[in-house]
Design a protein around this ligand. Structure first.
Ligand SMILES: [Zn+2]
Length: 282
């Protein structure tokens, strides 16, 4: 069996600290090849670098997430450039645009506690600067986009993009925009948390992703699967939140294969080629 690849997760998050060595064992058991571990704020970049030294399956990625954009320091650009230049394997992400945090979030959502919400124009400036850095160094950019697909398409079209391409992680945009994003160099990673949605459209669109641009991810410890679909479980996090176990990657593969009516073997081969092209080969 070929290895499995997780195009997007966050092994550095503190909630996983007590479970890391057990998780690494499970990842070995499911046959993980590599995982892209995304730093999302200046404070967690050093943790990502340290883990990438400890675990050879980690491909490190560094970026300022739109949720953390409002709390950045004055020196964030030089700090990010230094992270990217220090490691030729390092990519750029998680970066992006998020309109949900501006006008969709319910007041008091603990996920945004203590964060200053940056308006979309400010998020866009921070996003395009990071995208241009990825283009300059030809590193893959891993992109979060929630309820901002119009502005995202515009920002991507107007900015230099990495020649190797970029990832729209857990794509939740309209099916009609897939072709336009793909033309600009997008890859799309499937996240099994969509299995909980009653609306089938966000599942069905995965049939329309071009085969050469398809990837699989967990976003762990975020984006938990429906309880009855998860194969691996972790104790709840410090605020009682459900944590997604990174080894649920296996479930993401089998669910996506079922949606696309392909065998897991075919999908595994396809995803390996795509992952290598975007994140490994230079
Ligand atoms: Zn993420």
């Amino acid at each position: 069996m070929r290895p499995l690849y997780d195009a997007h997760q966050h092994f550095q998050f503190d909630e996983l600290a007590p479970h890391r060595s057990a998780i690494a064992e499970s990842l070995r058991a499911i046959g993980l090849g590599r995982a892209v571990v995304n730093g999302s704020c200046e404070q967690d970049w050093p943790a990502v670098s340290a883990l990438a030294v400890q675990y050879d399956w980690i491909l490190p990625s560094y970026g300022l997430h739109p949720w953390d954009c409002g709390n950045r320091s004055g020196g964030w650009q030089s700090a990010l450039r230094a992270q990217i230049e220090a490691d030729p394997r390092a990519h750029v992400g998680e970066i992006g645009l998020d309109r949900w945090m501006i006008d969709g979030v319910k007041p008091g959502d603990p996920r945004l506690a203590g964060l200053r919400v940056a308006p979309l124009e400010e998020q866009r400036d921070v996003f395009t600067w990071q995208l241009a850095l990825a283009a300059e160094r030809n590193r893959a950019a891993s992109i979060h986009c929630v309820q901002a697909f119009g502005p995202m398409l515009e920002a991507l079209a107007e900015t230099k993009r990495p020649l190797r391409g970029f990832l729209l992680h857990a794509y939740s945009g309209p099916a009609e925009m897939i072709g336009q994003f793909a033309e600009l160099g997008a890859y799309f990673s499937f996240n099994a948390s969509v299995l909980k949605l009653k609306n089938q459209t966000r599942l069905e669109l995965w049939k329309n992703i071009p085969a050469g641009r398809l990837l699989v991810e967990t976003d762990a410890p975020a984006a938990p699967l429906p309880k009855d679909r998860a194969a691996y479980h972790l104790p709840p996090g410090p605020n009682g939140e459900i944590l997604n176990h990174p080894a649920n990657l296996e479930v993401a593969y089998s669910s996506l294969a079922a949606i696309r009516r392909e065998s897991v073997e075919e999908l595994t081969k396809l995803v390996e080629d795509n992952f290598q092209r975007l994140f490994v080969n230079s």
